[in-house]
Design a binder for this molecule. Structure first.
Ligand SMILES: [Zn+2]
Ligand SMILES: [Zn+2]
Length: 831
């Protein structure tokens, strides 16, 4: 490991033969000189390892790969191909740009040439369209798509087609008749292909391989939905195989899955959660890559004072914008990942104005924003600009991760912890694809988790990435899929096994509600009760369209829960660097009308929350403290919004809103302490309301460390005396109906989670609390009351009798732990 001082000292001597691009070198020098670079790590170049093409591949296919620039497979590609061809389900979990497509295309295209079909699933339409280009270029080598037979029997040709919601009726009809390699999304499979499987029977009858690309993207609620869609697919394929003499009889194993993922922990388990079938994991990456410098970067505290006089750290977005502007000036192609849509817009705008301020007006057109919610034409324009080199700096939301293949970047800036180590390396992997020396920098946001991570690099580096979290047993998710499955084909007992242990109980419940009826031992959907199919993306309901009132132009879309918070009347909404003021939000019509213009302030919604425990499932006692897991009902309402100064976030006025409340039935983890502990802390002068609120914020901030979630996927409620428990209680709940597995992960890893929370708070250099530790940007209560010292005292009490998660070591590990653990007074669990 390099330390920043050493790096700076070495720099002059090495710079002559330093292969790092100019902009990268200057950025690292700046970070070292200012102390913002808290950690630097040099990841060495990796040599590629080639393998032979499998003997079973037709020579035409080997030749086609050769023409496409793949003379021989890398070892992981060959390993995956061999396993798949031998009849196993396979998951390839290797890094970005490791060429996983060769690993699945080799067996899939061979099978197609023998008369089978293959289905390719991508999480986004953009990625499916991108893959079509790849397959078509191979297909040209195979003489595909130029008339000829319809792909029945030996010598069949490769006919690739994308089917998504944009596909016209005639294109769809043509794909049904001719396609042997079909590219689509889980959403289209759910809404289109499976409900109409009889019309697609020619395709399903011959379906052998199902490719699930970028499968690490299927986590949380979306992942849990996709898991059910894949089970429905297995059932439909088995039916068509059985009825028409396909490949594997009538067992649900009739199709084989080849999954491709970023590096994740427990890939085989992830594959099994997603598909319900066991799989072999291929994890040793044989592809080469250039050397990379990876850095952790903490923006400085500013002289500005924020809420309650707390110091304000320069935002990761502002820092990324400045660095982007520098990189543009040095001609170094760079991409900044910004977590929010607004942030991406703001970063691009700020980078442009930095260039203008410095008199580099002519460079501003090289900077652009890119995010989900853009219209396809807008996206395509930006992608073309990047390829052509007219755009060299992009501020993008991580939606890009699941989209197009952008190459040739020398630097990647990650503004804010992307939520998982898997996502971090995925995003970092966007740099240096051409084998050139490159850099990836994680810039800390002003929040507790980021602060913790830039000061504890060992929590980030040299550790396996986290396992995917999804919950195929969530009844809210499973119920509509059981109905959809019953509509596709009546359910029998074997099917219920396929859908898991929760299925029989839910089927009985659906029968009681008159939605399913048993006839001849099989469950049928009753004709009158067909509900519209649920959205896989969690929110339910149609997306809200953002429309410019004066022109009727569609500016973007967002899901309804987001619209309550971001597109309520009076909200300031940014798009492509322009600001819009929301005039009205009509939830009935799912439309928000906006007008362009910068009102000189930003807005944040104020939400009221009430929480009721409906069932407690599990509990762990730590002396008088306890950790609980169970079901809760949360009623939330955006009741008002606050106008804030754009630079400091200080409030300048509040306005009431009249939006309906939303009821969430979900799962939560909650923490309590015994009444005598409460007395003890109160007697010692601890501000309990401030303490629980501070712990709630920081614990939500740190949950992603143990559960692969986003801070925004969970919510919290805290009170120094909850009506039901009668005790000091801190709740953290999944933000989706039925839960998504995150709160449960918090429960199982509670000791590690709360110890890290305590360290993140005590680590922070502020006095009485700031956004880097206990303040929350999503607080519905204006960050009042909060007590930093109270939070530490209360956590100390809670953890006094908790087990040590990594026995013998502090949870943070590492050399600098001593100073901080000393603050855990009397904590006998920590050495
Ligand atoms: Zn702080
Ligand atoms: Zn709060």
């Amino acid at each position: 490991m390099l330390d920043p001082d050493q790096l700076a000292a070495d720099e002059p001597a090495n710079s002559a033969d330093d292969s790092r691009p100019l902009g990268v070198r200057k950025m690292l020098d700046l970070g070292a000189a200012t102390g913002r670079l808290t950690h630097v790590e040099r990841l060495p170049e990796r040599q590629g390892r080639r393998a032979e093409w499998p003997g079973w591949m037709p020579i035409e296919l080997v030749t086609a790969f050769g023409h496409a620039g793949v003379p021989a497979p890398w070892t992981h590609q060959a390993e995956a191909a061999e396993l798949a061809w031998a009849g196993e389900n396979v998951i390839m979990a290797t890094g970005t740009a490791s060429g996983k497509s060769v690993g699945y295309l080799a067996p899939a295209l061979t099978a197609i040439m023998e008369g089978a079909t293959a289905l390719y699933l991508a999480p986004t339409r953009a990625l499916a369209a991108d893959q079509l280009g790849l397959v078509k270029s191979l297909g040209t080598g195979l003489g595909a798509g130029q008339g000829g037979g319809h792909g029945t029997g030996r010598g069949a040709t490769l006919r690739a087609a994308v089917v998504d919601s944009d596909t016209s009726f005639s294109e769809r009809a043509s794909a049904r008749r001719h396609a042997t390699y079909l590219l689509t999304t889980p959403d289209m499979l759910h809404y289109g292909l499976l409900p109409q499987h009889q019309r697609w029977r020619g395709f399903f009858r011959r379906l052998r391989f199902v490719i699930v690309d970028e499968c690490h993207g299927y986590s949380g609620v979306f992942g849990s939905h996709v898991a059910q869609v894949l089970r429905r697919l297995r059932r439909v394929a088995a039916y068509h195989h059985g009825s028409a003499g396909g490949f594997g009889g009538s067992s649900p194993q009739a199709v084989q899955f080849i999954l491709a993922s970023a590096t994740i922990s427990e890939p085989a388990k992830c594959a099994e959660l997603l598909t319900g079938a066991t799989a072999s994991a291929v994890t040793r990456n044989g592809a080469p890559r250039g050397p990379m410098t990876f850095g952790l970067w903490e923006p400085p505290l500013t002289s500005t004072r924020g809420v309650a006089g707390a110091p304000v750290r320069r935002s990761a977005i502002a820092e990324a914008a400045t660095l982007l502007a520098d990189l543009v000036r040095d001609g170094t192609p760079a991409l900044a990942f910004i977590r929010s849509r607004r942030g991406a817009e703001a970063a691009a705008a700020a980078a442009k104005s930095k260039l203008t301020e410095a008199g580099d007006d002519e460079l501003t057109h090289r900077v652009a924003a890119y995010r989900s919610g853009y219209l396809p034409e807008e996206r395509r324009q930006l992608e073309d600009g990047l390829r052509a080199g007219t755009i060299t700096a992009l501020a993008a939301t991580p939606a890009l991760e699941l989209g197009v293949n952008i190459t040739g970047l020398d630097a990647v800036l990650i503004a804010g912890w992307p939520g998982t180590r898997a996502a971090l390396w995925q995003q970092a992997g966007r740099a240096g694809r051409t084998g050139r020396d490159c850099a990836a920098i994680l810039i800390a946001r002003d929040d507790p988790l980021d602060t913790y991570l830039v000061h504890h690099p060992q929590a980030l580096l040299h550790r396996p990435v986290e396992a995917t979290v999804l919950d195929p047993t969530n009844p809210y998710i499973l119920r509509p899929h059981l109905c959809a499955a019953a509509a596709e084909l009546p359910l029998d007992d074997d099917d219920l096994t396929l859908f898991g242990s929760a299925a029989p109980g839910l089927v009985a419940e659906l029968a009681e509600r008159g939605m399913l009826r048993n006839r001849g031992g099989r469950w049928h959907l009753t004709g009158l009760r067909r509900a519209p199919l649920a959205s896989l993306r969690g929110s339910g309901g149609p997306p809200v369209r953002i429309v410019e009132e004066s022109t009727g132009r569609l500016i973007g879309t967002m899901d309804e829960p987001s619209a309550h918070v971001l597109a309520h009347a009076g909200a300031v909404y940014p798009h492509q660097g322009d600001l819009y003021l929301v005039k009205s939000l009509d939830l009935g019509d799912s439309v928000a009308l906006v007008e362009a213009g910068d009102p000189g302030y930003v807005t944040s919604a104020r939400e009221l929350t009430e929480l009721t425990i409906t069932a407690e499932h599990r509990r762990i006692d730590w002396g008088g403290a306890a950790v609980h897991f169970g079901e809760v009902e949360v009623v939330r309402q955006v009741a008002a919004f606050t106008r804030r100064r754009p630079d400091t976030g200080q409030p300048i006025g509040e306005e009431k809103l009249d939006l309906p409340s939303r009821v969430l039935r979900t799962r939560a983890v909650w923490l309590t302490i015994a009444p005598e502990q409460r007395e003890e802390l109160a007697a010692a002068g601890v501000d309990l309301p401030g303490a629980v609120h501070a712990i709630e914020h920081a614990a939500i901030g740190l949950l992603p460390l143990v559960a692969a979630c986003d801070r925004w996927d969970v919510g919290g409620v805290s009170t120094d005396s909850h009506a039901q428990t009668g005790m000091v209680t801190i709740f953290v709940y999944d933000g989706h109906d039925g839960g998504a597995g995150f709160a449960e992960r918090g429960f199982t890893a509670a000791a590690q989670w709360l110890r890290s929370t305590s360290l993140a708070i005590s680590d922070c250099e502020c006095g009485a609390g700031c956004p880097s530790c206990i303040q929350s940007p999503k607080c519905g209560n204006g960050n009042e009351p909060l007590s930093k010292s109270g939070a530490l005292a209360l956590l100390d009490r809670m953890l006094a009798d908790a087990p040590d998660p990594e026995k013998g070591a502090t949870p943070a590990g590492g050399e600098s732990g001593g100073r901080r653990t000393a603050r855990l007074r009397g904590d006998r669990a920590v050495p």
